[in-house]
Design a protein around this ligand. Structure first.
Ligand code: GDP
Ligand code: MG
Length: 436
């Protein structure tokens, strides 16, 4: 599978401490093969590999990632991009909004129409399903049964045999009954043919859909691209729904279809049950293609290492007791990005237990920042020079009171005292045995 091949390529990369350009090229060859094997079209793979190489070779080295991880991250970012970047939502502003389901026979149109109706009903919409596939009587019955099981009304053809007339009647009923979404199920063929396209174009002209969703079987690989291109050329699709992504279906189709047509993938179906439909998140699909665990672990690790680095730097300053208001300001800003002060301090050995002694109200962070910003650089390095007239100036400049400035300086002094104490403790600890 694509996932297995990519994992293998990355595993090999991981073994190396440093990557040479030859290593990167070797990895890219593996990635290229893996993508091709997973039925991603050559048209997609070639430029993708080009972009990855460009970024990998010119990349700024992140301290938190080793070069192999960095290549993985670049591949991941490119995949997310290629899959559309962010979630593409349905355009259902109009009332009633009309959704036309199209696709080859067996792709999953009827099933997905039911799933979509269920999905929308769960979000407070009032859908109406329309059975406009009259090629097989069973198709109408299938939709009727689905509708009943999810408690969504189904508009049946009755005596009508023309899909255009059925779709129009369905739309009229939706207006009369004040439904907000009309989902029109249409006929498919085993292969694309002119008659099918003509029929769908006529339905499109009659009901002017807000969404024309192509339902594609993800298991068909490269074939899915040809199908998507033909349907898009004839109907101008607004979205794709990939079905049968359950089991170990390769993710190649998703990549190719989006890249080849530019049409966003809006949903993914992962089983026969009616709840097996999810909005399509490009980042999740990229993770899936690369091997979910790997990528998530990588990203978590990068995050953890960044935090650890900051904590180590802070620890060094604490131990040397060279902490100034400039550092304090720096830390306030990091805190705003990183979350609770307690979390950061807990990462420093020996601090966790003493946390109670430092009182920083997080809601005051912005005010503390303003006060320090109103000090001169010299005042920040040597707070002892801040006399009453300086305090008045700082309070005025930061829109606070002298009492606020006093409080900050007192807090800072207390924290600094604590640090000197800890610096001594640290010295003793440093002489003891390691690893306990
Ligand atoms: P249509 O001809 O395009 O309307 O396709 P259907 O909705 O009748 O589906 C064809 C077959 O595919 C049915 O047996 C469905 O149960 C099955 N099917 C549809 N979607 C999925 C899916 O996401 N996963 C799996 N495993 N089967 C699916
Ligand atoms: Mg059908």
């Amino acid at each position: 599978s694509l996932t297995a091949r990519l994992s293998e390529a990355f595993r090999r990369l991981r073994g190396r401490g440093r990557l040479t350009e030859a290593d990167v090229d070797q990895a890219l060859r593996e990635i290229r093969l893996a993508l091709l094997e997973a039925d991603v079209s050559v048209k997609v793979v070639r430029p993708l590999i080009g972009r990855i190489r460009e970024k990998a070779v010119g990349a700024e080295i992140l301290k938190s990632l080793n070069p192999a991880q960095q290549v993985v991250k670049i591949v991941y970012d490119e995949l997310v991009d290629l899959l559309g970047g962010t979630l593409a939502e349905l355009n259902l502003a109009r009332r009633p909004a009309v959704i036309l389901m199209v696709g080859l026979q067996g792709a999953g149109k009827t099933t997905t129409a039911g799933k979509l109706a269920r999905h929308l009903a769960g979000r407070g919409k009032k859908p109406l399903l329309v059975a406009a596939d009259v090629t097989r009587p069973a198709a109408v019955t299938q939709l009727e049964v689905l509708g009943r099981s999810i408690d969504v009304p189904v508009h049946l053809p009755g005596a009508l045999t023309d899909p255009v007339a059925i779709a129009e009647a369905g739309l009229a009923r939706a207006r009369a009954e004040e439904r907000d979404v009309v989902i029109v199920d249409t006929a498919g063929r085993l292969h694309i043919d002119a008659a099918l396209m003509a029929e769908l174009e006529a339905v499109k002209a009659a009901v002017r859909p807000d969404e024309i969703l192509l339902v594609v079987d993800a298991m068909t690989g490269q074939e899915a691209v040809a199908v998507a291109e033909r349907f898009h050329a004839a109907l101008t699709l607004t979205g794709v729904i990939l079905t049968k992504l359950d089991g170990d279906t390769r993710g190649g189709a998703a990549l190719s279809v989006k890249a080849a047509t530019g049409v966003p993938i809006k949903f993914a179906a992962t089983g026969e049950r009616l709840d097996a439909l999810e909005p399509f998140y490009p980042d999740r699909m990229a993770s899936r293609i690369l091997g979910m665990g790997d990528v998530l672990t990588l990203i978590e690790k990068a995050q953890a290492e960044v935090d650890e680095q900051k904590a180590r730097e802070l620890e060094r300053k604490l131990r040397r007791a060279e902490w100034t208001l400039t550092d304090f300001l720096d830390q306030l800003r990091q805190l705003k990005k990183m979350g609770p002060l307690e979390e950061l301090l807990k990462m420093i050995p020996g601090v966790g237990a003493r946390l109670g002694q430092i009182q920083v109200d997080e809601k005051q962070l912005a005010r503390l920042e303003a006060i320090i910003l109103s000090m001169t650089p010299e005042e920040r390095e040597r707070p002892e020079i801040i006399n009453y007239s300086r305090r008045k100036r700082i309070a005025a400049g930061s829109g606070t009171t002298v009492a606020d400035v006093n409080r900050l300086l007192k807090q800072f002094e207390e924290a600094r005292k604590l640090m000197k104490q800890m610096a001594k403790m640290g010295g003793k600890k440093g002489k003891g045995p390691r690893g306990f």
